[in-house]
Design a protein around this ligand. Structure first.
Ligand code: CAA
Length: 258
């Protein structure tokens, strides 16, 4: 499918989706979010794809929801059209692993999109923030909820209330990102992580994604029970037999997603 606001490239089991509205620092317009949701759903269906990377440009992962698109909207319009709900739900329903590769600005909806991914690798130039307060609104795609779970109440409250941006080093220190890499190597590092994930059993990577995400939704006892049961169920797969046989035979496992 031809897209106007994103570039989709599938190679070696990895789908790289590049947000591509350079004139607006990849601001998340309705069209971009619709196309992104569509491309992710296509990747979910495409048997060749085993891991997805979402990235932007060197200057901006995404500078937020498109302010010009929202400027003239009133409450009844955004409420009735349920602004962002459809796309956010579609993105959150993707079951294959998604890595955000963030360089430059990840602000407002951009920071929130990165947090919707399964983990974030960022460049040393990355800047995260929830500056919606400066526009007279709040975050609306997870900036008060996911950010609080990732970095704790104090930092999340400060960022949401003051609009302060967080640099890469601080983002790594407080657990918002998994790793900081030099800007020039960002995509290479993200793809290399995606390729590692692609070598595993897709059954297992999809199950693990679901299990870790449950940690944000369930009380600990329920989460541990869920984890134990899924762990048990993975013993019913051919890939468990293959993985353990390969270990014993000192060779690489050949997973078949069964
Ligand atoms: N929406 C629409 N257009 C945007 C945009 C956005 N979020 N961010 C940047 N742009 C546009 C600018 O209007 C500008 O376009 P023109 O050349 O046509 O004027 C172009 O991108 C380049 O931007 P700047 O000239 O501002 O670039 P800069 O380097 O001087 O500043 C910046 C960069 C600090 C990121 C600044 O652009 C900025 O503050 N952007 C807005 C950030 C923001 O408030 N994000 C939150 C949006 S609301 C939201 O996301 C709600 C939600 O939770 C869902």
């Amino acid at each position: 499918m031809a897209y106007e606001t994103i570039i989709v490239d599938v190679e070696d089991h990895v789908c790289v989706i590049t947000l591509n509205r350079p004139e607006a620092l990849n601001a998340l317009s309705k069209e971009l979010l619709d196309e992104l949701a569509e491309a992710l759903e296509e990747s979910q269906k495409n048997d060749k794809v085993r891991c997805i990377v979402i990235t932007g440009s060197e200057k901006a992962f995404a500078a937020g929801a498109d302010i010009k698109m929202m400027q003239d909207k009133n409450f009844s319009e955004v409420f009735l059209e349920d602004l962002f709900t459809n796309q956010a739900d579609r993105i959150s329903r993707i079951r294959k692993p998604i890595i955000a590769a963030v360089s430059g600005y990840a602000l407002g909806g951009g920071c929130e999109l990165a947090m919707m991914c399964d983990f974030i690798i960022c460049s040393d130039t990355a800047k995260f923030g929830q500056p919606e307060i400066n526009l007279g609104i709040s975050a609306g795609l997870g900036g008060t909820q996911r950010l609080t779970r990732f970095v704790g109440k104090s930092k999340a409250m400060e960022m949401n209330l003051t609009g302060r941006l967080m640099e890469a080093e601080e983002a790594e220190r407080c657990g918002l990102v998994s790793r900081v890499v030099p800007a020039k190597k960002l995509l290479e590092e993200a793809i290399s992580a995606a390729l590692k994930i692609s070598e595993k059993s897709l059954l297992t990577t999809m199950a693990v994604k679901e299990m870790v995400n449950r940690a944000y939704e369930l009380p600990l006892a329920e989460g541990l029970r869920f984890e134990r049961r899924v762990f048990h169920s993975l013993f019913s797969t051919e890939d468990q037999k293959e993985g353990m046989a390969a270990f014993s035979e000192k060779r690489d496992a050949q997973f078949r997603d069964r």
